[in-house]
Design a protein around this ligand. Sequence first.
Ligand code: PEP
Ligand code: MG
Length: 573
Amino acid sequence: MTTMLNGIAASNGIAIAKAYRLIEPDLSFSKSDISNVEEEVSRFQKAVETSKTELQAIRDKANEELGADKAAIFEAHLLVLSDPELLGPIEDKIKSEKVNAEAALKEVADMFVTMFESMDNEYMKERAADIRDVTKRVLAHLLGVQIPNPSMVTEEVIVVAEDLTPSDTAQLNRQYVLAFTTDIGGRTSHSAIMARSMEIPAVVGTKEATASIQNGDIIIVDGLDGQVHINPTPELIAEYKEKAAAYEQQKAEWAKLINEKTVSKDGHHVELVANIGTPKDVKGVIDNGGEGVGLYRTEFLYMGRDSFPTEEEQFESYKAVLEGLEGKPVVVRTLDIGGDKELPYLSLPHEMNPFLGFRAIRLCLEEQDMFRTQLRALLRASAYGNLKIMFPMIATLGEFREAKGILLEEKAKLVEAGVKVSDDIEVGIMVEIPSTAVMADLFATEVDFFSIGTNDLIQYTMAADRMNERISYLYQPYNPAILRLVKNVVDAAHKEGKWAGMCGEMAGDEIAIPLLLGLGLDEFSMSATSILKARSLISRLSKEEMEGLAAKALNMKTNDEVLEAVKAAVEQK
Ligand code: PEP
Ligand code: MG
């Protein structure tokens, strides 16, 4: 019998394959006395050896596919597993206290973790994280349970998880992972955003994928309509193969627009650009006819590793993107860490409200070494293309002035040292905090451009966590409150002769696009895979008519009223 789960269509496309559960295994055990000490020590040593072999294989694979920086994490884990200062006390404990290896391992490891974590030293805190990870692996081997590792799969699978962190998502092997589905998350959670940039179908927020799907079940992930089918009948599989083929055909139609400009029916031009997370995504931008990059989320460069990227590494990545875009505009966002994006090696205190906390520009203005390193790398890379820099989460003009001041200081130092830096780098901000949207007229006199980050702007305006599917009904992009803020920003920019873009997911949303065109948005930045579809839609719309529609929408009372009005207006096209 087929079971169906409904979720949120997070990334387009259809995939049919075996399920691969990416779930933390149950590592509970009870402490017990043992009689044969030698046997227990040797059982422990065997678990350590098996873990080492496994880690070596993972390290080599990471080295090959993700690069030496990502592989360094596993190298550090291997070092822990060879450290007599850790292994010795565990074996001693088994011998002297006659306890099982699981208990000895856990107690000794916990002691080191507590000790290292309490030190005011970044390096030791990183070691604590390594020990915790390694302990889990050895414990799993002692208990005979498997720790899933999607980077090691060698057949086509669909990943099933409760949630995927951005770094889990970054480590998925695109060759074998055909799609994923999760219990929690929404369209703007970062795993969903990454799925779109990796071009793999995804359905998130199903609530019960992990409870209903077993390893090896055949599943269908329908990222077009947000459904997951478990163990489908052959008839249903055939039906979905047809649906997938029809989607491919539709994509082939859109592909005809690849070298075209984006122009409305009445001749108004807008820029359709892409959101990217790594230099690897540049190919997708070109292949999908992107006119540039509207948001390069540089935080992914800092994630999935165990220390900061150096200035040189960053410079290479930024240069690669700028060169890859061959003079087309590339808007790079400075580090936006915090919220759901954590850096294990930057151990920040736990916060009650991380989305409202010490993050993004707030963190960068305080951790200035880190910020300045990134700015220098960007400034040096500016000689290789058309770079624009934007600061995330700006809430006050004071923050913008301080950030820009630091940028100018670094630029002056580089110029004095004879380093080539472009002379016309536009400097703008993301508008994702309501205070900034309201004060856009004042910001517009100082910034070169705005890019509206609706993913956060909607969550802050509606006070509705973008990650929480229970309150997703409040996450309302078409609510007139949001549209009025967008209008305020666009009008303010134009009054000062500046441009206004949008890099939140709303910019690629079929219902929002007609409204945004009508509101006068200049640049739409979206996942690369949405560009051609959006170009096709805009070519069928008249800007003048959409201005009328947007004007009416601004005075409507609800999100749904706007939604229905847009549907009715666009259906006739
Ligand atoms: C946004 O908030 O709209 C945005 C683009 O930034 P992020 O999704 O990375 O928070
Ligand atoms: Mg944001």
